[in-house]
Design a binder for this molecule. Structure first.
Ligand code: PLP
Length: 367
């Protein structure tokens, strides 16, 4: 059989390269921003798409982990992680509560329903409880004026270990000139400072921008992965290094003539004769189909832009008329040299969503 493939052809499907050194570098940045604080590393949603166990296993110098689902906590335990784990939204059932206490999984309590469940439960050990106070986000937590009564009941409950810890969450910490964050800090102080327990308010944006919010525990998520938590500051300017670089090979290069179109729906038209590169990544890998024409991509270290609709398994870029790129060359969709924040901006989303939504088809490579 005739084989037209060039010798040594080596194409790479969508691959997320995870730099564990960058992860630890970013953790050190957390500690520089928030010296003397304990660090609860947030690894929910598969460590923001970076791989739950590999990330947790490389973060040696943290004090605890935060997850959103009990299954995530149990995956960490099954993988040999022994540090405390906090369920950031608390337990969803009495069965989960029992599982939590026997696995040293701490729980947030944010509703009266969870409080009642704790009062009714039969537990082998008291639960480690972080009481969530709603300081203005109006998502989870007991209202400031309810706090005293809820604390009294938790303190009277034999199923609850003492002292309680206190937690709240910012809604606008990424906006440096928004006075809402200072109001939330004041509110948190007013309702929790009379108690002994440790406190936690800051996620990444609070760590970077609101030093008064650091208390005893900080809860970094996105900044550990090297993405800026603040709208107006680049990750590089905060000393953060991207952990994930998403790349794939050019699998075809086509010459198109001025006036010709590219891709489904013929949504991109060449304004000049040019060369189009086809890259082996699409929405089936988690690269958003909503990415418009003009979204940046790095090819051989040079910025080019998407041309036409993103397909399930591929997308196209305009390499320019004089391009010397070859089939097999590497394209970077985000990461080293092209911050995910910048790509997200073009797509109308945030980098959190880009990295978290990669699908299981993407090859994860840890270096
Ligand atoms: C997800 C989450 C965090 C981490 O937020 P980042 O912005 O990624 O740092 C911290 N605390 C809670 C309660 C969360 O849900």
């Amino acid at each position: 059989m005739k084989n037209n493939m060039p010798k040594g052809l080596q194409l790479q499907a969508a691959t997320a390269t995870i730099k564990t050194a960058a992860l630890n570098h970013n953790l050190q940045r957390v500690k520089e921003f928030a010296p003397n604080c304990k660090v609860l590393a947030v690894v929910k949603a598969n460590a923001y798409g970076h791989g739950l166990l590999p990330v947790a296993n490389h973060l040696d110098e943290v004090d605890a982990f935060g997850v959103a689902r009990i299954e995530e906590a149990l995956t960490l335990r099954a993988g040999g992680v022994i540090k405390p784990i906090l369920l950031l939204e608390g337990f969803y059932s009495l069965a989960d509560l029992s599982i939590a206490v026997t696995n040293n999984i701490h729980t947030v309590v944010h509703t009266v329903e969870q409080l009642e469940a704790l009062e009714q439960a039969q537990l082998d050990l008291p639960a480690q409880v972080w009481l969530k106070i709603d300081t203005g986000m109006n998502r989870l937590g007991v209202r400031p004026e309810q706090t005293e009564a809820v604390v009294k009941r938790l303190e009277a409950c034999p199923n609850v270990a003492k002292p309680l810890r206190f937690i709240s969450h910012f809604c606008c910490a990424d906006e440096l000139d928004n006075p809402f964050s200072a109001q939330q800090i004041t509110c948190f102080d007013q309702v929790s400072s009379q108690y002994q327990g440790e406190r936690s308010l800051a996620a990444s944006a609070g760590i970077v921008a609101w030093p008064d919010s650091h208390y005893q525990w900080v809860r970094p998520g996105i900044m550990l992965y090297g993405v800026s938590p603040v709208e107006t500051r680049s990750a590089a300017s905060l000393g953060l290094k991207p952990v994930m670089t998403l790349s794939a090979s050019l699998i075809a290069i086509n010459d198109v003539k001025k006036g010709e179109t590219v891709g489904y729906g013929a949504r991109w038209q060449a304004e000049r004769d040019t060369r189009i590169g086809v890259i082996a990544i699409g929405y089936g890998d988690g690269y958003p189909r909503m990415a418009p024409n003009g979204t940046p991509v790095l090819v051989n270290g040079r910025r080019v832009v998407t041309a036409g609709r993103v397909s399930m398994d591929m997308l196209s870029v305009d390499l320019g008329p004089d391009a010397k790129d070859k089939v097999g060359d590497k394209a970077v969709l985000w990461g080293d040299g092209l911050p995910a924040e910048e790509v997200a901006e073009h797509i109308g989303t945030i980098a959190y969503e880009l990295v978290t939504k990669l699908t299981s088809r993407v090859v994860m490579q840890y270096v």
